[in-house]
Design a protein around this ligand. Structure first.
Ligand code: NDP
Length: 450
């Protein structure tokens, strides 16, 4: 039951990963909860992010798998790819997940309000349908949206939001940015046969990942036919008479393509939310400033997920949402530990990491010891695919404690999830060495590092 003074104990704005988790856990603690969502229940990850993207990654990988299959004795006559079949199957599964999330909220007696909600006061919320409600606690979980560079003709490009709905595959695509989304979609479109060019404003891909892995991804991507232009900032996009897009940029010739995809970071969704009316303080990049318990500058207003600009990853938003509900409604004050979060880029091949890069470790610890395995997986050897994996373990030289693990190669994210438990637990290289290998696997390299 809501506190008599208010319509709800908790009003959540945004039914994405963080908002849904917080809503259902708070409701399970007995709170009267409503969640407002202006688009679709599930949020970016489920509706137009991680989940449909991973399905496209799977779909794209068949291009190489079918080619490699021939070395394993299979004859595959002229394989054909139909984008619309994959696209529609993916979108159908997104609908299923949207239903599943809705059902979860309904089962937990969370009221879903499919309207835009804005704050009109510290406890007051206006809904776009015209209703006003009040809540004792408010959680902002509005996520982030793609950043679109400002330049003439920028409206001619698309973002990852639209990439899932394309009518046809572009024969030539320019992807702006060198981060997660750029490298993941570059791999996807390249495997589907589009000519892919990545342009990035600096000379680095995937800033924050270990340099050796980034170099390896660049080398493999070049071999696969992806073009890169570095130190290139958008000047503008023009539509030509034939309907193509001519892109001009600094330091490079113009390029003509059929599609431009922006993957230049994501901005917190804080504009027009009325946060100023409630006294919520924002940071320099428009993100909501929160403490370790996800509390904003206003005592009864909290924020979780991408809108806080801490770590823009779904599992982190989910943890923050859960911790918020435990703290405020479960009587268990819980701060999320943002240290040593494993992550992965679902590029072709994927890479994954946990802990410090070699550079970060050297800065922090001075003396570090680095172990590496640079090898061609058995499957690639037989297929004649000249693509090498690289695994790196960075350890504190004195104690042997593992400070970071970095991997690029098939299934690296799957292997990393297990390896990251060991790093988080503070294990040492000796602990890995004491573990017997599973042979023959790629992951055995982790316990055989020299
Ligand atoms: P990233 O932060 O990964 O990369 C942004 C890229 O865009 C960088 O190469 C950066 O260049 C460039 N850039 C940033 N701002 C500008 C600008 N104003 N003009 C031109 N270029 C710019 O962002 P993404 O959009 O790829 O992804 C957003 C976030 O979503 C990620 O940070 C990640 O947290 C999350 N995500 C996670 C995924 C996963 O877990 N697998 C998958 C997809 C997204 P430079 O580095 O040179 O400054």
């Amino acid at each position: 039951m809501a506190d008599g003074e208010f319509d709800y104990d908790l009003f959540v704005i945004g039914a994405g990963s963080g908002g849904v988790r917080a809503s259902r856990v708070a409701a399970a603690y007995g709170a009267k909860v409503a969640v407002a969502e202006e688009y679709r229940v599930g949020g970016t990850c489920v509706i137009r992010g991680c989940v449909p993207k991973k399905m496209l990654v799977y779909g794209a990988h068949f291009a190489e798998d079918l080619e490699d299959a021939q070395a394993f004795g299979w004859t595959i006559d002229a394989p054909k790819f139909d984008w619309k079949v994959l696209r529609d199957n993916v979108l159908k599964d997104v609908d299923r997940l949207n239903d599943a999330y809705t059902t979860t909220l309904n089962n937990n007696k969370v009221e879903i309000i499919l309207e835009r909600a804005t704050l009109t006061g510290p406890h007051e919320i206006a809904l776009s349908g015209g209703r006003s409600v009040t809540a004792k606690h408010i959680l902002i979980a509005t996520g982030a949206r793609p950043h679109v560079p400002e330049c003439p003709g920028s409206e001619l490009g698309i973002t990852s939001n639209e990439a899932f709905h394309l009518d046809a595959l572009p024969p030539r695509i320019l992807i702006a940015g060198g981060g997660y989304i750029a490298n993941e979609f570059a791999g996807i479109f390249n495997q589907f046969g589009s000519k892919v060019t990545i342009i990035n404003r600096s000379d680095q891909l995937l800033r924050g990942y270990d340099e050796a892995l980034r170099d390896r991804l660049l080398q493999i991507s070049l071999i696969k036919g992806i073009d890169f232009r570095f130190n290139a900032t958008f000047r503008g996009i023009e539509q030509t008479e034939s309907g193509c897009l001519r892109v001009s940029m600094t330091n490079h010739e113009d390029i003509e393509v059929d599609c431009v995809l922006y993957a230049t970071g994501r901005l917190p969704n804080t504009e027009g939310l009325g946060l100023d009316k409630a006294g919520v303080i924002l940071g320099d990049h428009g993100e909501i400033v929160v403490d370790r318990f996800s509390k904003t500058s206003v005592d009864h207003i909290y924020a979780v997920g991408d809108v806080t600009g801490r770590v823009q990853l779904t599992p982190v938003a989910i943890r923050e949402g859960h911790a918020f509900a435990d703290t405020v409604f479960g009587g268990k004050p819980t701060a999320v530990d943002h240290d040593c979060i494993p992550s992965a880029v679902f590029s072709h091949p994927p890479l994954a990491a946990v802990g410090m890069t070699e550079g970060q470790a050297r800065n922090a610890f001075g003396a570090v010891k680095v172990y590496e395995a640079d090898f061609r997986p058995m499957k690639h050897v037989l297929a004649g695919r000249n693509e090498r994996c690289l695994y790196k373990m960075v350890c504190d030289e004195t104690s042997g404690r593992i400070l970071g693990i970095h991997m690029i190669g098939p299934e690296a994210p799957e292997i990393m999830q297990a390896a990251s438990v060991a790093v988080k637990a503070g294990l040492t290289k000796d602990d890995f060495d004491a573990t017997v290998a599973i042979h023959p696997t790629m992951s055995e390299e982790l316990v055989l590092l020299r």
